[in-house]
Design a protein around this ligand. Structure first.
Ligand SMILES: [Zn+2]
Length: 248
């Protein structure tokens, strides 16, 4: 029994097609790596900061409301004192009280007037403080609104870019699936095998005419000659990938 020719596995295979597929998949991988993850993280951090600041401002606003209530309470006290002073002043000139009682009322009046002066001073001081804090709060709120708008703009931009990228990836994925579907039986078998073994970079090419582009090993002279003579299925002696006749 004899053979008229020796068929070497891989010799008749369409390596151009396989190499094109590899290029498509490398492009896809690079595109996936360009996904703006860093930016996404930055935006997430920014959002957290803005929400914390918003929470701070809400707490501050609540504090100022409490201070406002304190001031109202002081004002009510002041009013009560004013009314009592006016009542004592009326009584003092009514001729209805003994000298001893009048002295006691006189003392009470002096006490009340001192307390009233004290209340007035406190109300004024607290009002001034409150106004200044309110104005500070307003400035911070406006600043926060501006920063929120800026953040929203950046999120919009980011989402658009991300969606464009995802759309491109989807298209490329579809192209790759279609391409793989159109491979011949032998190419398909080769693709499945080599892909399992080597991943995306399943074919090597010649680097500077002498080296394997995948593992950078200096190739044997016979190997280089065979590749350049378009002999199919020639493998790198080091990484075992098939070397496609294309120079880098
Ligand atoms: Zn190699």
């Amino acid at each position: 029994m004899s053979y008229s020719f020796v068929f070497k596995r891989g010799e008749k295979m369409n390596y151009n097609q396989l190499y094109e597929l590899q290029c498509m998949r490398i492009r896809r991988e690079a595109m996936e790596k360009s996904y703006p993850r860093e930016r996404e993280m930055k935006l997430r951090r920014r959002k957290k900061e803005l929400l914390t600041e918003k929470q701070d401002l809400i707490l501050l606003e609540e504090k100022l409301r409490c201070q406002m209530k304190d001031i109202h309470r002081l004002q009510d006290e002041k009013q009560t004192i004013v009314e009592e002073i006016s009542k004592i002043n009326e009584d003092l000139y009514s001729n209805r009280f003994t000298a001893k009682e009048l002295t006691s009322m006189q003392n009470r009046l002096e006490n009340l007037e001192s307390t009233l002066a004290n209340r007035k001073a406190r109300i004024e001081k607290e009002n001034t403080q409150l106004m200044s804090k309110k104005s500070g709060l307003k400035d911070r709120k406006n600043g926060l609104v501006d920063r929120m708008k800026d953040y929203q703009g950046k999120v919009e931009e980011y989402l658009q870019e991300r969606n464009r990228l995802l759309e491109k990836l989807k298209q490329l994925d579809e192209q790759i699936v279609e391409f793989v579907g159109q491979l011949g039986e032998e190419e398909r078998g080769f693709y499945d095998n080599e892909n399992t073994k080597f991943g995306i970079q399943m074919l090597s090419i010649l680097k500077k005419g002498r080296f394997c582009s995948s593992c950078s090993m200096l190739l044997e002279t016979d190997t280089i000659g065979a590749v350049k003579a378009n002999q199919g299925g020639v493998r790198c002696q080091s990484c075992d990938r098939v070397i496609y006749n294309l120079e880098e």
